[in-house]
Ligand binder design. Structure first.
Ligand SMILES: [Ca+2]
Ligand SMILES: [Ca+2]
Length: 171
């Protein structure tokens, strides 16, 4: 899939950042890898803010998983991450589950390049509409070979949608 232009910036460096493509027909958006509980992950048209589909991760039983995509950086480049989340319903109480967007970094040897991943956002309750990630700049990538964009679901008891994820080079 060729990179698609994003408003006000360069090409989206993420593959299938709008979660439109399921070319292998496994009902999950291609290029985004679930760490576990694949059956909780799907491509859905119920809620979307870009195109026809969004990523949906749904659990009522407190499953914990991460849906991630890797991007191999160019040293010295600076990147901006954007995206949208929507959480229409929950079956759990406040603070009993969490959805986070994280960025982690790895060296060319595969080890961790940062002490801890960067937390872009953390949501623990439903949202009434789509919520944009706060503006996030990723720089100082000395010794970094690979970024990992993670949507992490901790003891999930909610219906979560993600759409319009974009990583753009800004320098
Ligand atoms: Ca989409
Ligand atoms: Ca697929």
């Amino acid at each position: 899939m060729p990179p698609t232009p994003t408003p006000g910036g360069g090409a989206n460096l993420l593959l299938n950042g709008s979660f439109e493509v399921d070319a292998d027909g496994n009902l999950r958006p291609d290029n985004w890898n679930p760490s576990a509980f694949e059956s909780a992950v799907s491509r859905s048209s119920t809620y979307k803010t870009d195109g026809q589909y969004a990523l949906r991760v749904f659990s009522t039983t407190g499953q914990t998983l991460t849906v991630s995509q890797d991007y191999f950086v160019t040293p010295g480049d600076i990147y901006s991450l954007s995206g949208q989340l929507r959480i229409p319903t929950t079956t759990g109480g406040l603070n009993s589950w969490e959805v986070k967007v994280l960025v982690d970094a790895y060296t060319s040897g595969g080890g961790k390049a940062w002490m801890n991943p960067v937390t872009v956002t953390s949501l623990r309750n439903t949202t009434s509409d789509w919520v944009a990630l706060p503006p996030t700049t990723i720089s100082n990538l000395t010794n970094v070979s690979r970024l990992q964009i993670q949507i992490k679901f901790n003891t999930l008891k909610a219906d979560v949608y993600a759409d319009g994820f974009s990583l753009v080079k800004t320098n």
